[in-house]
Design a protein around this ligand. Structure first.
Ligand SMILES: Cc1cc2nc3c(=O)[nH]c(=O)nc-3n(C[C@H](O)[C@H](O)[C@H](O)COP(=O)(O)OP(=O)(O)OC[C@H]3O[C@@H](n4cnc5c(N)ncnc54)[C@H](O)[C@@H]3O)c2cc1C
Length: 486
């Protein structure tokens, strides 16, 4: 029987939900292919986004290809060439080394400015934007997608060949595609505070690993000579659930930590402290379906070790556009065809994200907090003494060094060696005399007793934690085996 193809009127080739770096980035690349693109954005540009505002060298590489490094926004942005790693009573200052293929050191660019430049570039290429409008639903049919939009009290529909979900950590498109609510295991929470009149070197960003917010970090990212972005990020399910408690952890840190206090000096809070959830990558979840695809944070593309996601938003926007170009050439938008995008994500980021995911799972076990804090102290002490080691540690958090590559024998041996030195320092300390022996011995016994009682008080939590470690290890091992076979 002859099949008659439905004659459809399309308003657009592609509808993109969300105009952040992923959505505007995708709009830019899809326009370059000559497609008719509509970006639907809930907010109005220029709009703010709660963020650390640290733009990594890889993200800048993508911005450079879009011509954004030539803009005044980029030219005025503060350049970062050093990182301070702080633990209780110790720190390491590390020079950032740029790999050969990257041209710019990291910059601190307020998101209100960065996102506006990407939006402008997409508009210059001819992408259309519908602002202050929300995607509230979409439905796929064999030959089209119908998306329902809400603008004020008005609801209406747009017909396109494809929908791209670029609507961030609370993505509506992802919720409809994955038919699942958010999984607490893959959520971070972040807080940001802008300060004026701060002190210290403008080319150095600082990161603080402190017991009161572990696993998680505090940061101080200078915007220039006077302003700074200060904040914290941590795993949601190891954290108090009330926002006021989270804010208190940040304000206490600002008040009580001598290193950050020194940098803030007489600085003052510019606006109120704001928070935002961060969703990171779960390889088991779908990022494509018939006529639908997710990019950026909607796809969970965040490095859980650092909370960085702008580089992945921009990279995924480009990769998705390349795959979509082929789909348009072949007029094939099936889930099977779009699955090529998931393959690219897996090849380019899968191993690294699986490894980071495994690493952040260890300190979820709060019973072992003293062990994790000691491990971080060892890392910082080693980084203080060994520039190459420090470059790798910082490169991992900046995304310029794949975290799984750190698992070389040399790197691990250095950690163990430092662990050994710290351990022998401890033994030497205890041998200094009876008073020192008593102090250190009491401290050690207290920690050990605390760990044992924590573990026996929460046997189920500890078993769940161990079983998750097993699963994540298995996942990393699969990537390792695949990379070995290539
Ligand atoms: C506290 C904090 C600190 C961070 N620090 C850094 C950092 O220093 N460096 C870094 O690289 N990353 C950082 N990140 C992560 C970074 O913010 C994200 O990776 C990045 O914003 C992802 O870009 P995106 O375009 O995917 O999503 P977003 O930037 O979130 O953009 C999504 C857009 O979609 C719109 N939208 C949402 N729902 C709808 C809807 N239903 N309809 C239409 N539009 C909709 C939103 O208004 C928004 O404009 C941080 C995140 C947080 C929370």
């Amino acid at each position: 029987m002859l099949k008659i193809k439905e004659k459809v009127h399309f308003d657009y080739d592609v509808l993109i939900s969300g105009g952040g770096p992923a959505g505007s980035g995708a709009a830019y690349h899809l326009r370059k292919l000559g497609l008719k693109v509509l970006v639907v954005e809930a907010d109005k540009f220029p709009r703010d986004k709660v963020c650390g505002d640290a733009i990594s060298p890889i993200a800048i590489n993508e911005l450079e290809a879009m011509g954004i490094t030539k803009t005044q926004t980029f030219q005025n942005a503060n350049e970062i060439t050093k990182v301070g790693l702080f633990v209780e009573n110790n720190h390491a200052i590390v020079n950032l080394i740029l790999p050969d293929h990257l041209h710019y050191h990291a910059r601190i660019i307020p998101r209100v400015e960065l996102d506006y430049s990407i939006y402008q570039k997409a508009k210059d290429e001819g992408a259309e934007f519908l602002e202050e409008t929300r995607v509230i639903n979409y439905q796929t049919f064999p030959h089209k997608v119908i998306t329902t939009l809400q603008q004020g009290k008005k609801q209406f529909e747009i017909v396109s060949k494809l929908i791209v979900g670029a609507d961030g950590s609370r993505s509506v498109v992802r919720r409809l595609l994955q038919e699942k609510t958010f999984d607490d295991d893959f959520q971070l929470v972040g807080l940001r505070a802008y300060y004026d009149n701060v002190q210290g070197p403008s080319d150095r960003m600082d990161v603080y690993f402190m017991e009161e917010n572990f696993p998680g970090i505090f940061w101080f990212f200078p915007e220039g000579k006077s302003g700074a972005n200060i904040g914290l990020a941590t795993l949601s399910n190891t954290f108090p659930h009330k926002q006021s408690q989270v804010k208190k952890i940040l304000t206490d840190h600002i008040k009580n930590n001598k290193d950050i206090s020194a940098r803030i000096g007489n600085g003052t809070l510019r606006n109120k402290i704001e928070g935002w959830p961060i969703t990171f990558y779960d390889a088991k979840k779908e990022v494509t379906g018939d006529r639908v695809l997710l990019v950026g944070e909607a796809a969970g593309l965040i490095n859980p070790l650092s909370g960085d996601g702008i580089q992945y938003a921009l990279l995924s926007a480009r990769w998705a556009s390349e795959i979509l170009g082929k789909c348009f050439e072949e007029d094939d938008f099936s889930a099977e065809k779009l699955a090529d995008y998931k393959l690219v994500l897996d090849q380019e980021l899968g191993y690294d994200l699986a490894f980071s995911n495994l690493i952040v799972h260890f300190p979820r076990n709060k019973s072992l907090l003293p062990v994790w804090m000691k491990a971080v102290e060892i890392l910082v002490e080693r980084a203080r003494k060994d520039q190459r080691f420090a470059e790798i540690v910082v490169g991992i958090s900046e995304g310029t060094f794949p975290s799984f590559k750190a698992l070389t024998l040399d790197f691990v041996m250095k950690i163990f060696l430092q662990g050994g030195i710290s351990g022998s320092d401890y033994i030497l300390d205890t041998m200094k005399g009876p008073s020192s022996f008593k102090n250190e011995g009491t401290l050690f016994l207290k920690s050990a007793k605390k760990i044992v009682s924590e573990i026996s008080d929460h046997p189920k939590n500890n078993l769940d934690w161990a079983s998750q470690i097993g699963k994540k290890l298995f996942h990393v091992a699969k990537y390792a085996a695949n990379s070995g076979n290539k």
